[in-house]
Design a protein around this ligand. Structure first.
Ligand SMILES: [Mg+2]
Ligand SMILES: [Zn+2]
Length: 184
């Protein structure tokens, strides 16, 4: 049987620990840049419960490579570390900057989701997006995916980002262990 349902996953701050950005006016998280900063959340192993019924896709903005803060090699190392823990069908990455013109994939832009839908014949109505920032929830709304906010302890500091944009997630969790109550 062809799998048409999908769980789309943000990466940094969702599957691995997001690192707090210094010297920012607003609270922001960034990807790990070094091995010392890399921490994969253990609860992602719960995602194995969805194997065979859902495709798992990572959908991630990675502007730090173009900005020169991150190497492509370390970015790939983070990905391969995650792939050891979870059976991910494909990783979609946007390497653009938010300000780049002609990019249709920097979240909350829908490009990466549209690519997955086309390549894997995904049924949006029975699919979910799980992420930790307003960009993930905004993207979910833009493409009519059911949205799950995962609060890894930073949500309160980012709440204004959601309120400003009128974004309310469909579900809120603090760990993937709670997903069984939401995704059947
Ligand atoms: Mg994130
Ligand atoms: Zn892009």
């Amino acid at each position: 049987m062809e799998i048409k349902n999908a769980i789309f996953l943000d990466r940094d701050g969702t599957l691995n620990k997001g690192i707090v950005k210094e010297n920012e006016e607003k609270f922001k998280l960034r990807p790990p840049h070094t091995l010392e900063e890399l921490h994969i959340f253990q609860d992602i192993s719960y995602l194995k419960n969805f194997h065979g019924r859902y495709h798992l896709f990572i959908v991630t903005n990675q502007p730090d490579i173009k900005k020169g803060f991150q190497t492509m090699e370390f970015n790939q190392f983070i990905n391969s570390s995650i792939l050891k823990e979870a059976n991910i069908t494909k990783i979609y990455s946007c390497f653009c900057l938010e300000t780049d013109t002609g990019c249709d994939c920097y979240k909350p832009a829908p490009g990466m989701i549209f690519n997955a839908v086309t390549e894997y014949n995904i049924d949006i109505d029975n699919s979910y997006f799980i992420g930790d920032t307003w960009r993930d929830i905004g993207l979910s709304k833009n493409v009519n995916l059911k949205s799950v906010l995962i609060d890894r302890g930073h949500y309160k500091k980012m709440e204004s980002d959601f309120l400003e944009r009128g974004l309310t997630p469909d579900y809120k969790i603090t760990s993937f262990l709670e997903l069984g109550n939401i995704i059947k």
